[in-house]
Write a protein that binds this ligand. Structure first.
Ligand code: GLV
Ligand code: MN
Ligand code: MN
Length: 421
């Protein structure tokens, strides 16, 4: 991260020592670094994510923002207007948690850019006529409790508190237990529809998770829509037994059924235009080299622009799974864990962004975001920053220092347009 000096137009509120997006990301580059998987593992309320929370709060406080933390751990840092009115606040920000072995930018780029956007606006002498709130949403990836965007789903009522609090992580701890351990009171967890509706809009800046901006030869894009997506848990039960003493003809091996099912899922998605289906996580029980598993759980992520096609594809997977399991002497179950319909961002807000950033291409995305969940209650929009590798949810995810800083400038341009009464 050293080409930032080349950005001659970076407005520096306090001369050369102003924070930049690359300098902020450099401060956290060791936090949650995963020596086993590569990249970063920062599950919600892990030591790494807690450290990132402290980092964010310290930077918000340093900027004189008023920090509040809600009952599920969403951090909101308020830049108040001179009148300190809270109406019509504009929300920006992203998340601090990561997938296992994820990249450095998915989430933190949006947080660092929002902090720098505040600096840039102040350096321009801009005084907001509406409050700006920089937010960090918890468990956006769902990598600890299984449901993506858990914080924003709870706030908007897209998941009941009962279901959310009962979700378990890999250690068997419930979300309620983890909240309690971190000083929260699960009895206060619940939707805050009026609180969300009180915001004027939400603009989330995010690293692009594909290569469209490379193809457009542009650094920043405006988001148009989020592909509908959901997660299902497949559970195949067979008979646990000894790897050496059980004849091949006597086995009821759920791992074999899972392997066949995974291939069938890939084939089903390949023959459904525009569909994506992924099995990225599989858990044999008990999981020993010399043990035929008694049960195999695996998770299927299915995405398609037409939610009806997603439903039909999942039904075909359900049928195939039952058939394959029966052929292997096993039993299968498929359970929906979360679903988000295809989201088209608010057209009026998008139009405003297009007029503020006339050169920015407009792109859809196959990735899920809190902006997609909050879109059910308030106008939301997204900005994407070029990722030369086009890779995400991987250590290969990347953005250049120049583009990262430019993204914050574009975010500042957008916020400046939105923060006038
Ligand atoms: C989150 O990044 C998702 O698309 O699942
Ligand atoms: Mn993200
Ligand atoms: Mn992600």
């Amino acid at each position: 991260m050293n080409d930032i000096d080349a950005v001659s137009h970076v407005a520096a509120p306090h001369a050369a020592r102003a924070d930049t997006v690359p300098s902020l990301l450099a401060e956290i580059e060791a936090i949650g670094a995963d020596r086993l998987r590569g990249g970063y593992s920062r599950p919600v309320f892990s030591a790494a994510e807690l450290e990132l929370r402290e980092w964010f709060i310290a930077h918000a406080t340093k900027r004189g923002l008023d920090v509040e933390i809600d009952q599920v751990g969403t951090i909101r840092a308020w830049w108040h207007t001179p009148s300190r009115s809270t109406t019509g606040a504009v929300l920006t920000g992203s998340h601090l948690d990561s997938v296992p072995g994820g990249g450095a930018f998915d989430g933190p780029l949006g947080i660092a850019s929002a902090l720098v956007a505040v600096d840039l606006l102040r350096a321009r002498g801009f005084v907001p006529e509406k409050p700006l709130v920089v937010a960090a949403f918890p468990e956006e990836e769902g990598s600890r409790f299984g449901v993506a965007c858990l914080g924003s789903r709870l706030l908007t009522g897209a998941i009941t508190p009962e279901r959310a609090l009962a979700l378990r992580d890999n250690d068997g701890d419930t979300f309620a237990e983890v909240l309690t351990r971190n000083g929260f009171s699960p009895e206060f967890v619940g939707p805050d529809v009026d609180g969300v509706r009180a915001f004027d809009s939400f603009v989330e800046l995010h690293v692009e998770q594909g290569r469209a901006l490379v193809d457009h030869d542009a650094a920043v894009a405006i988001g148009s829509s989020i592909l509908g997506h959901g997660r299902w848990r497949a559970s195949i039960r067979g008979e646990g037994n000894h790897a050496g003493t059980t004849l091949m003809s006597d086995r009821r091996d759920p791992m074999v059924a899972a392997a066949r099912a995974i291939q069938t899922i890939r084939d089903a998605a390949r023959t459904t235009p525009d569909a994506r289906a992924t099995v990225g996580r599989l858990q044999p029980v008990p999981g020993g080299t010399n043990v035929i598993a008694s049960r195999v759980d695996f998770w299927i992520d299915v995405r398609h622009p037409d939610d009806g096609v997603t439903a039909a594809l999942v039904e075909s997977i359900r049928n195939a799974l039952a058939l394959i399991a029966a052929e292997e002497g096993c039993e299968a179950e498929l359970t929906e864990e979360s679903f988000s319909a295809t989201t088209h961002f608010d057209t009026a807000l998008r139009g405003t962004l297009e007029s503020l950033l006339p050169d920015a291409p407009v792109l859809d995305t196959g990735a899920g975001h809190d902006a997609g969940v909050l879109a059910s209650l308030i106008p939301t929009a997204m900005l994407f920053v070029r990722n030369p590798t086009g890779i995400s949810h991987s250590p290969e995810e990347y953005t250049t220092d120049l583009d990262a800083q430019l993204g914050a400038e574009k975010l500042a341009d957008v916020l400046q347009g939105l923060l006038v009464a």
